[in-house]
Design a protein. Sequence first.
Length: 582
Amino acid sequence: MNILGINAYHGNASAAIVCDGRLVAAVEEERFNRVKYAAGFPAQAIQYCLKTAGLKLQEIDHVAVPRNPYARIPTKLFYALQMPSFARDRAKVLAKFTGIREALGAAFDSDPAKLTAKFHRIEHHQAHLASAFFVSPFERAALLSADGLGDFASTMWGTGSGNRMKIADAITFPHSLGLYYSGVTQYLGFPKFGDEYKVMGLAAYGVPEYLDAFRDIVRFDAHGNGNGFRLGLEYFIHHRTGPEMSWADAGKTPILGRLFSEEMPRRLGRARAPEEPLEQRHQNLASSLQARLEEVYLGMLKKLAEHTGLSAVCLAGGVAFNCVANGKIFDSTPFERVFVQPAAGDAGLSIGAAYYVWHQKLCKPRSFVMEHSYWGPEFSHEEIRSTIDASDVGRNGYVVEELHEDALNKRAAGMIMDGKILGWFQGRAEWGPRALGNRSIVADPRRPDMKETLNRRIKHREIFRPFAPSILADATGEWFEKSHPSPFMTMAYSVRPKRREQIPAPTHVDGTGRLQTVTRDANPRYWRLIKAFEQATGVPMVLNTSFNDNEPIVCKPQEALDCFLRTQMDALVVGDFLITKK
Ligand SMILES: [Fe+2]
């Protein structure tokens, strides 16, 4: 039985295909159309999923879409009466949504009437919860989804057992931890969609001087057995104007309209304009924002653990990308095991909707665990060779060598050790926003100047943002104060104090690192590269950052080659080929 999950007309448009309960392919549309966080209809992602599964559109039995227009009708009606323009915008998106059958037909040049698949609308947060629980290694777990907004809710929690999920409660519009974080992110002068993780990085430089004010911006609430929160609405405008979001256009990065009211600068001081310098005050504000998020998020998780008595938790929604907060779960709550799916944000909804149908609707037993994130496109040796040949790099100042894996790893590890920056392109592309060793730029974690060098030569990011380490999983406890797996870079742990001097490049100013734990099973080739680096240096990790330069992560060999030639990387490993400057 074949189930196609589609996240369309929403940020991070994506597609995933599940065949007889097994995930076969999953990818974000941005990897194809090269528009960061692309919304719209993910036609290319769907085409890729079908091709990988070897299926025609007519062979799909179920199409699962993570939006249910019938969810929370009373709340929607209440706000629609107050905000007619917002209601009109939502209606437009909804009209697109109800036309998914037609959009599918158009993308595949076939008559929509001939599509035999059954269509399912899965409520947004239930799809989030399904995206984590049904692919987790847990038979039973507590579940929490927290994001900006989806189907008029921002937060949902419950429990999962076997092939069933049970929803306990939800927090609805306008109260939202995601919009809280986005609103303050905007106030701090970071207006772009997806800028929240920059502010999370900035928070480590400050002290939570404004925590009292932030406790007024997000307040605890008795809702849901004391598990809830609500926003101090005087600090926001989205409940009056509707959150302004542009989801329909696949050719553009989504835009989130202004969320904070004049009350925020009145209470916290003048808002920062994007071009203004970052001062200590801004860092303290970011620190306070993060501290309050942690109080509420970890507080909710603690109550969830107490109410359910469960020791494992699955997290989803954009807030689950807050690796700093996630890293504190073990010390702040009774939970002992945590699973965050690599596409915890809205891209993951396509997987969630598909698995929701498979388990919750069709009652099929569990049989799949997501042990790695490599569900995207891959390219054969011959395809890579012809890309390199066509580019003519070999005759334009570069040396192209084809090497056996052992020799290649030794050369690559040696270059990293010598301070060189390497593009590393292997196998299937990662699912989710993090490069996890198949579309990565790797460098020496031991060099204090590597962060600055990477930024100056390649990444051109804000200097306060940290870089991350990929570490051999078995060595985690020797280098970090926690050793719980973090295969998808969704946890930040403290680097052991005595180790911080050894790995200054991926150690953030607060002593933490947003690590990726790498096992031989999950990614043998990347594991062997790190192992070769360990054998040469005694350090079982490399610095890993995504293979891109202010664009979606590269997908094809051609994009890797273009990024390599455009930036000042020293070498590129693509499949079995090593490309270096003459
Ligand atoms: Fe969401």
